[in-house]
Design a protein around this ligand. Structure first.
Ligand SMILES: Nc1ncnc2c1ncn2[C@@H]1O[C@H](COP(=O)(O)OP(=O)(O)OP(=O)(O)O)[C@@H](O)[C@H]1O
Length: 751
């Protein structure tokens, strides 16, 4: 491959170092390694950790993985590195924060080949020897691989998935098991010692035995304390790590669900159902693990009990078995009651969430009594269900109590009787005490095993609840794969039809029109005519359309969804601003943007003047719900947020509808500036704000009625003229009350 061997300076593997920052070189090296596997990473997608001057391996791994690939960080010695002959490009981390792209190695000659990440792929790599590489290389490498078999594997959230997570902590689990086994074995010794104390020390007044036994007890107590502490500590670390893994995985999955899902489902309900996953985790690391560990105790204690006394051991086992049987019999009824309680609690939390989310409406419409009534009803259901479940649990506990008492106390009496009557039984006072101390330990594992089956029902339903949200089809594949063509903004609709899931009638049918890049396109039509639906298709929110929708000639469904949404700015009628400063809200977490970009975007959106009048300027804090700024100001900030990344496609969906005339005038006056160099799709009820558009598309009941300029439509499209007249009657007719002409359904040629 035309390599030249001159053992060059690795940092100058190409002339990249002089022209780019170390961070840029590192990102470009990862990008090249990913490109080798057919993955198109975009530096604009990279989100740096705030506390790092140059991206670390974990942050780079996340970047690759978020784009559908896999990556691994390793620490290697030169000897291992130079043997990586037939590997795809490997990213070598350099101490100055940059990186090298290793494209080959020659063990015999003791060199590795480094390519310039910014050079063309066929540029010759340079050979670097150990000495030179050691001067810059930290020993860390990043191995990048493409998506597995071209598909994004998303295992369903079920027992197998959770088991995989738990088993992923094999090392900790092993430690817990070892600690528990040791504690179980230690548990047998105290009764054994008590037995010796009574039989040897008390009966024979042996002070020497007492002293040595005391020493033994002391040592064992010390170990038991140590081990118990260690087991608690390890279990704590285990559960915390599992919780972290679960919450990361669950949140990722939730974010990957399509918007349509969240529009259909009640937010409180979704949160409640997803939260159920923690009950399953609690079960796995709590009851399940403890029962499993208790079984060790059983394995150690049972033989010991049988050795002490055969009849007493059988009696204890029978009583413990009976307790288990009672629980198993009561289980189905108990499971039903618990499921009812869980459902009632979830219902109540959904009502709470809805009230908090809609508190503005609740207050302004004085709906407090209605909401209180709903809350009372839900609380009453929760109370009734909890009482029923609690009572049932209480009855079961009462039913097994006699058996429990028999194991813990009655057995001593039976043992005493046996000791008195049957001289051949050989049960001495010490052994009897030891038996009494250990008997209780047999019941606990058996009872928790029986309860386990009960818990399994609850856990299965909790998992089903969580799965009903998390196992829905996600957008992950579309978000991580697909094309990233350069976008200039030419739109073309060919026979596009769309029906919302569950809706009887299509929201769009036979939509056919196209506009070149740089067009200012207005969408008008009566309420429900399909304007917003068109903008949803353009953003890739609704993807189940028929026909062909192309952006610059590329089918929209072929385009990587993250890339599409990044290339597309959207301003809605009601925009959500996050708690934080104005500057943070305009940047919205996008990497690489500076205050200059923020100021430029604010100027374009007509927001600069009011921001500068604020006491803290761009650092003004925006409260939750944007309560400390006006609606008009919020809209202008939303526009600035949408244009800061200079999108080629800007969608304004009723962005000015809720504004006062003055704010609307400011935004409208800026539309021409905003439209410069990009395609703009403006949905507006107010036709006056669309007169400057290059094309206006008139929609009616999901069909395109006509498309043209304002003047053309006024001349030939009855529907457009009617809408215009309705809004501008006073100006056009000099204020007479002439009724608007009847609205026809057909106009000029669509397209
Ligand atoms: N999430 C949804 N689920 C089901 N049907 C929907 C959904 N959103 C909109 N629709 C239906 O699709 C049709 C088109 O709605 P769309 O919101 O696109 O109209 P629009 O022209 O933007 O209306 P408006 O001007 O009132 O916002 C309507 O009949 C509407 O009832």
């Amino acid at each position: 491959m035309g390599q030249t061997d001159h053992s060059a300076d690795p940092a100058a593997s190409g002339q990249a170092a002089s022209r780019h920052t170390p961070e840029q070189i590192r990102l470009q090296a990862v990008l090249c390694a990913a490109r080798f596997h057919g993955m198109a990473l975009d530096v604009r997608d990279f989100i740096a950790a705030t506390d790092e001057s140059s991206p670390s391996i974990p942050v780079l791994m996340r970047w690759v993985e978020e784009n559908g690939g896999t990556a691994r960080g390793l620490h290697l010695h030169w000897r291992a590195l130079v043997r990586m002959r037939d590997m795809p490009p490997v990213v070598l981390m350099f101490a100055d924060g940059s990186a090298g792209l290793m494209v080959g190695a020659d063990e015999a000659r003791g060199v590795v080949w480094l390519a310039d990440p910014f050079a063309s792929p066929d540029a010759a790599p340079v050979a670097v020897n150990e000495l030179r590489l050691r001067g810059v290389w930290t020993g860390a490498v990043l191995l990048v691989r493409g998506a597995r078999a071209g598909t994004v594997v998303e295992p369903p959230v079920d027992f197998a998935w959770l088991r995989g997570l738990v088993l992923g902590e094999r090392r900790l689990l092993r430690d817990v098991v070892i600690a528990s086994m040791a504690i179980s074995i230690l548990a047998v010794f105290p009764p054994l010692i008590v037995m010796q104390v009574i039989d040897r020390v008390v009966n024979f007044h042996s002070m020497a035995t007492l002293v040595s036994l005391t020493g033994l007890v002391g040592v064992m107590a010390f170990y038991e304390i140590l081990l118990t502490h260690a087991r608690r500590e390890i279990t704590l670390v285990l559960t915390t790590r599992l919780d972290t893994r679960i919450s990361l995985a669950v949140f990722d999955r939730l974010l990957a669900l399509p918007l349509e899902f969240f529009e259909r489902e009640q937010a409180g309900n979704v949160i409640g159902r997803v939260g159920a996953i923690y009950r399953v985790r609690q079960f796995m690391t709590g009851r399940l693990l403890n029962t499993f560990l208790d079984l060790f105790t059983l394995l150690v204690v049972l033989p010991f009990l049988f050795w002490l006394s055969l009849p007493l051991a059988w009696m204890t086992l029978a009583a413990a078995g009976l307790i288990g049987a009672v629980i198993v019999v009561a289980m189905p009824a108990m499971a039903r009651l618990v499921a009812r309680q869980v459902r009632a609690e979830m219902d109540r939390s959904a009502a709470l969430h809805e009230t908090v989310a809609g508190i503005r409406t609740v207050k302004t419409l004085a709906l407090e009594p209605v909401r209180r009534e709903v809350w009372d009803e839900k609380t009453a259901s929760v109370v009734a269900a909890s009482l029923d479940a609690g009572r049932m649990g209480n009855w079961v506990a009462t039913a097994v109590m006699p058996l429990d008492l028999f194991i813990n106390r009655g057995i001593i009496l039976v043992g005493a009787y046996l000791a008195i009557t049957a001289t051949t039984s050989g049960l001495e006072a010490g052994a009897l005490m030891a038996f009494a101390m250990l008997g209780g330990r047999v019941a606990a594992p058996l009872v928790s095993m029986a309860r386990l089956i009960d818990d399994l029902n609850e856990v299965r339903s909790a998992l089903a609840e969580a799965g009903s949200v998390l196992n829905r089809p996600t957008e992950t594949r579309a978000l991580t794969t697909g094309l990233r063509p350069p976008i200039s903004g030419a739109l073309s609709f060919a026979d596009v039809g769309f029906t919302y899931p569950g809706a009887a009638a299509p929201a769009l049918s036979d939509i056919t029109f196209s506009v070149p890049a740089g067009t200012m396109l207005g969408l008008v039509g009566r309420s429900g005519s399909g304007k917003s639906t068109i903008t949803r298709l353009l953003q890739g929110v609704s993807r189940g359309y028929t026909g062909h929708l192309r952006l610059d000639g590329v089918d929209l469904r072929e385009i990587n969804l993250t890339y599409l949404r990044r290339s597309c700015g959207v301003v809605l009628q009601d925009n959500f601003l996050f708690r934080g400063t104005i500057r943070d809200n305009i940047i919205a977490g996008r990497p690489g943007l500076t205050l200059e970009d923020v100021v430029r975007a604010a100027r374009l959106a007509g927001a600069e003047e009011f921001i500068e009048r604020m006491p803290a300027g761009y650092d003004t804090w925006i409260e939750e719900g944007s309560t400390n700024i006006s609606g008009g100001q919020r809209q202008r900030l939303a526009i600035a947020r949408a244009v800061i990344s200079d999108p080629r496609l800007l969608i304004l969906d009723e962005a000015t509808s809720a504004l006062d005339p003055e704010s609307e005038a400011v935004v409208n006056a800026n539309l021409r500036h905003l439209a410069h160099g990009r395609t703009m799709v403006i949905v507006s009820h107010r036709l006056a704000s669309l007169v400057d558009c290059n094309r206006i598309c008139v929609l009616d009941r999901g069909h395109v009625v006509d498309i043209g300029t304002h003047a053309e439509l006024l001349a030939r499209c009855d529907l457009y003229r009617t809408l215009w007249m309705q809004q501008n009657r006073l100006h056009e007719t000099g204020g007479d009350d002439e009724p608007p002409p009847p609205v026809p359904h057909e106009c000029g040629d669509a397209a």
